[in-house]
Design a protein around this ligand. Sequence first.
Ligand SMILES: *Cc1c(COP(=O)(O)O)cnc(C)c1O
Length: 589
Amino acid sequence: MSTPIFLKQHAYESFPQNGVVAYFSMEIAINPGMPTYSGGLGVLAGDTLRSAADLGTPLVAFTLLHRKGYFRQHLDAQGKQTEDIQPWIVEDYCTEEAPRVTVTVEDRTVTLRAWRYDMAGRAGHVIPIYLLDTDLPENSPWDRSLTDHLYGGDSNYRLQQEIVLGMGGVRILNALGHRVNVYHMNEGHAAFLTLALLEAQLGGGPLNKVTPVDVNAVRQKCVFTTHTPVPAGHDRFSIEQSNRILGYERTARLQSLGCCHEGMLNMTYVALVFSRYVNGVALQHGNVSREMFPEYKIDSITNGVHAPTWLSPQFQELLDKTIPNWRRDNLYMRNAIEIPLPDIIAAHAQAKETLLAEVASRTGLVLNPKVLTLGFARRAATYKRADLLFADPERLLEVAKSAGGLQILYAGKAHPMDEPGKALIHSVIEKAQKYSGVDLRVVYLENYDWQLGALLTAGVDVWVNTPKRPYEASGTSGMKAALNGVPSLSILDGWWIEGCLEHYTGWAIEDGDDDAAEATSLYEKLENAVVPLYLKSPEAWGHLMRTTLAYNGSYFNTNRMVKQYIRNAYYPVSLVTPSEVRETVGVNS
Ligand SMILES: *Cc1c(COP(=O)(O)O)cnc(C)c1O
């Protein structure tokens, strides 16, 4: 049994003396060697934990093991995506914990265990991440596979996984001896944890005896972050499915407590009903979420990224030399406004060279480091409109000519079941082949992941984002770019509404009535703002890079974000009495 984590003497923030935050997420980008994430949600979870560890936050995390990973993407010459599983060696990264607990799935008893990964912060504070695993001999072959595939299988598989994550997670947490002050559901996938808490609250007594006092007791312990306005991002299960897999009694109780919507069990409503604090992930996403769920009070805490994870080695060196305090407190990055321009220009040139060398080694294509280079990489979800840059290819060619050449680097996976997403990749690759030539060179890189993401966001000149409003809840890759001094050219959606200072951190693509109108704005911004500045002088561009880093790098990071979660979600002043708090401020550097 592992020991509970207590407040360390050197923590930056104020925490209750005992107990931890228990953070639950279906995916977490823990380590580049572990394919346990699919995209932004998992990267955010990983960056949250990295910053929480840096800040000395008493926190433990739960996810599924995903033994066979997300998937490795292959693209053939025509741009058709195929997928391979990505098994990884668990013992190389994690240590097995002794306890075994069980959950009931479809009248079967499923046994599970946890593997622990120790995530260490910069001053040595460790956040244990427990990866739940049902691959045990006492389980049937089907049940042994429940923790194999992230977002794999059908909705029956998903519902069973969510029982393992939520209910299994709470039980293993108790078996491990953690004392929990706050349960944080990072998205609705883990919302069955509230059911386990409710059953514990009733002492194992029948669920039909539940009172508002019991519900409130659970609510006081739970916080929930919703992550997307896209309907498919909110898990729903039919009542028949829920009766069969979760059980009739539990389903009936959740139904009577308001957890169903449009005749389906809705995991977002489960989380909303049982949480005392709810937030969206950017200012506008808070507004959109309040419109979607008008009966709930919803705050917003804008996402960030873990700066040391996403800054290129060159920029880290430069910051260490000029602003040594940046690692302790990312707000100091605002002082980057003083860094000499030649240093900024040189650091970016090196990051660009590293990226182009990687492109050459992967594809054999040698790109020109002097040529304006755009980056577009993210999951190939249709609302992100990866093909908007190609809405009018002739126009794009004109822009490329006026810039003395244009290079565009693409990457991104489509979910294996997402045919429209796959069609989008296919269409981009087809047009890239058709229109690439002397002036325009377009490359679609295979198998977008954490490491490729870091190279791209640091090494391109402009980061492009073209989501359909208002579906981008936040977006975080543009924040990674900003840290590296790379401006964004983006639709005013998600974080960019807060981050866009026209000409200082990038440019806004104007809202239009349809895709064509927004594509026109995209070309006009490229032609009238981006290209002239790029061609004007390295100093003019360097100035833009410096303000991008200073203004946006200093704010859109998880160092700031985790502090906001601590103060507003986990331990709002109103919930913590002075006698429970030991004030220990920043002696840890
Ligand atoms: C940062 C990141 C994302 C998130 O991208 P968005 O800009 O939020 O769409 C997705 N995938 C990987 C591999 C990333 O590193």
